[in-house]
Design a protein around this ligand. Structure first.
Ligand code: BEZ
Ligand code: FE
Length: 305
């Protein structure tokens, strides 16, 4: 590796020589070019870019072995803490905004400039793909917390291009309880508590009873929590409900809706809030099953041919 020295910093008005490393990227190019001819073209592209950025990061910051090892230890710790209940690698990406950025890129690639379609937001680590079917207008509250407020949530799913209601859209809804825990994190909650798996009827309608969501902290007893602490940040997310909506031939929508009165709307620890996804829970009268109502209509896009 070639190490060169140049003058590119000033201290007290005096130029300070700063070591420069591999200025012409000869070393970096040799690492990139080490990939063999059988490498998949997309992987070749992604790895070349990643290696270039990460080498530049090390050079620009004069990264030391000690600092690099701290990063390695954090990644190892994330692996050791992860299991089928917990995805610490994903959480680390979340707190540096990477899942949100990648979600935005993916959704723009899939739905293009169809600005009518409901905006996406990150999946997060608590989705379950085995939630049993829920009848329309049923309650997804299986374990009622003493401080829970019941919401009648309903809406129509439409085609983003035509505005026509769509029958047969599968909608998954999930949320945590008022203690900030999802059912798989909390033995005190019944299995599949606060999870619905509904199908829209012939008028595109879906409806269910759920809880008014509350803000909660992302798990902060592992490396993601430690990183938040080191960066002088809190672990809280604003009150939200997760939604997934899909039907064959349509682009599957993954999103979250956020209570407009919630704390942390402007400083979500995982950077998922979008203005269009902020909703208003209204008082509901005359329905013995709920004190609040949320009308949330969804627009999904047909897949591009
Ligand atoms: C969630 O909203 O469930 C979530 C998202 C990202 C990290 C942790 C939790
Ligand atoms: Fe969540």
């Amino acid at each position: 590796m070639s190490i060169q020295t140049s003058v590119n910093a000033v201290e007290n008005g005096v130029p300070v020589p700063k070591p420069q490393y591999d200025l012409n990227s000869i070393f970096t190019d040799s690492v990139i070019n080490a990939s063999g001819p059988k490498t998949h073209p997309r992987l070749r592209q992604l790895m070349a870019s990643l290696i270039r950025h990460i080498h530049d990061f090390a050079r620009e910051n004069d990264l030391t072995v000690e600092e690099w090892m701290k990063g390695v230890e954090m990644i190892n710790w994330a692996g050791q803490m992860s299991n089928d209940q917990r995805n610490e690698g994903q959480l680390l990406c979340d707190v540096i905004g990477l899942e949100s950025l990648v979600d935005d890129i993916t959704s723009k690639l899939l739905i293009g400039s169809n600005y009518e379609a409901t905006k996406s937001a990150i999946l997060g680590p608590f989705f379950r793909n085995d939630t049993p079917p829920t009848e329309n207008d049923a309650s997804i509250i299986k374990t009622m917390p003493s401080d829970g407020e019941v919401v009648y949530m309903h809406g129509i799913v439409r085609d983003a291009a035509t505005g026509e209601p769509i029958e047969g859209v599968i909608i998954d809804i999930w949320q945590c309880s008022t203690n900030g825990l999802y059912e798989q994190q909390d033995p005190a909650q019944a299995a599949f508590n606060l999870r619905g798996h509904l199908t829209t009827d012939e008028s595109g309608y879906y409806g269910l009873y759920c809880l008014r969501p509350v803000p909660y902290p992302v798990p902060d007893d592992g490396p993601a929590g430690r990183l938040l602490q080191l960066l002088d940040r809190h672990p809280y997310r604003p009150a939200h409900i997760h939604i997934m909506a899909g039907k064959p031939r349509y682009t599957s929508l993954t999103t979250q809706i956020f209570d407009k009165n919630s704390k942390y709307l402007t400083d979500d620890s995982v950077f998922a809030v979008k203005e269009d996804l902020v909703v208003d829970f209204r008082n509901l009268e005359g329905n013995p099953k709920a004190t609040l109502e949320l009308e949330y209509n969804i627009k999904i896009s047909e897949m591009k041919p």
